[in-house]
Design a protein around this ligand. Sequence first.
Ligand code: GAP
Length: 448
Amino acid sequence: MSEADSAKSSYPWRMEDLVSLCARRGFIFPSSEIYGGLNGFWDYGPLGVELKNNLKARWWQRVVRERDDVEGLDSSIICHPRTWEASGHVEHFSDPMVDCRACKKRFRADQLDDAGPCPAREGTSRHDFTEVRHFNLMLKTYIGASEDAAALAYLRAETCQSIFTDFRRVKDSSRQKIPFGIAQIGKAFRNEINPRNFTFRSREFEQAELEFFIHPTEREKWFAHWLEERQRFHHGLGFRADRLRVRPHRPEELAHYAKAAADIEFLFPFGWQEIEGVHDRGDWDLRRHTEYSGKDLSITDEETKEHYTPMVIETSVGIDRTALAVLVNGYEEQPLPEGETRTLLRLHPALSPIKVAVLPLSKKLAEPAQKLALELRRRFSTFYDESGNIGRRYRRQDEVGTPFCVTYDFESDTDGKVTIRERDAMTQDRVPLEGVQAYLRDRLEVGL
Ligand code: GAP
């Protein structure tokens, strides 16, 4: 089966419908929408920010909190411009591009199949392309009052460079020894020529990166360790097994300093695409920053007295791409017996923006239902809804991925119980009011 066919058979719905759900329900919508949007920039609304925060919290928990050999960092977005000379970005971080002389549009030279017909040429719909040129993807800004070359700075193109420049400070302050890692989540910016596929290729996005510093003899061992860890993480997000794969880089794809690299790929409706890269970066970064800053970033092993520059295994995942994969993976349009369609987001409960919705069967039951919602809110992200018929209220929660709905009905006052409905199987349990917290906790925290 071709890649396009397997994507089509895996997703029997239209991407536009998910994009529309995301806007309508406040997950993701274009930035500056009232001005017509800004290509490659997206805003996360009330539900989107919760989803993204849940994803980031899970990454931080796994990569930083649960380990004693990884430290966290939150560095500035703009760093010294020499950083980007040392990293090679000023010289090499570019995409090949061509312009069409007729319609004036710009395209990536390696993606011309997607260019479509030229709207400005009569008699032929073919573009009139210029020669290929290289276009640096770093976004520029100026620091201070003047806008000359001395004030030029860059919005970071990846979050990891500050991990290298801060390596000694973090190592010494945390008293870590090799092997250990530094992790960071933050914004990165790339002036992509063709932002596309919803948030998949954006100009502003978030990365969660780990740089793990090791002895040169342990490269293979740690590369294998982190590749496995990171696959475990993605499987734990609830991705369907047939939508996740690892693609090792071919030797000719490897950066000149890299010994090994593999992409963790997800099958999107638009094909297999990278969501995370795991790279053996060798000692390239620490050596380059030593050279450009004049500050020695090598270490001496206290026990063996061996002096060396640590090697680095990197894991770099896009938060927006993973959030998109989570949405795409969870989206379903289920035909119901009554002829209706149920739109469902089958999200892992740990990622769901709302964990529980409290729904009184009638507005007359608002007072005790609100009291219950208030209690639950202290512990879980809780939504209270008393408007519309109960079936419609369930549907509203299904399409944003709320795993549980608690219904307070006319019997609740007398039997002291509520009905808890589960999103995917739509099963219902009658649970005593004092047991609701424990019921939810047992089911929401399973597999965490
Ligand atoms: N430090 C290594 C690095 O930045 P990368 O493969 O360029 O490697 C890592 O980026 C991850 O960042 C990618 O796997 C992807 O998930 C995310 N990413 C990269 N460019 C992106 C873009 N334009 N929009 C959204 N996410 C992007």
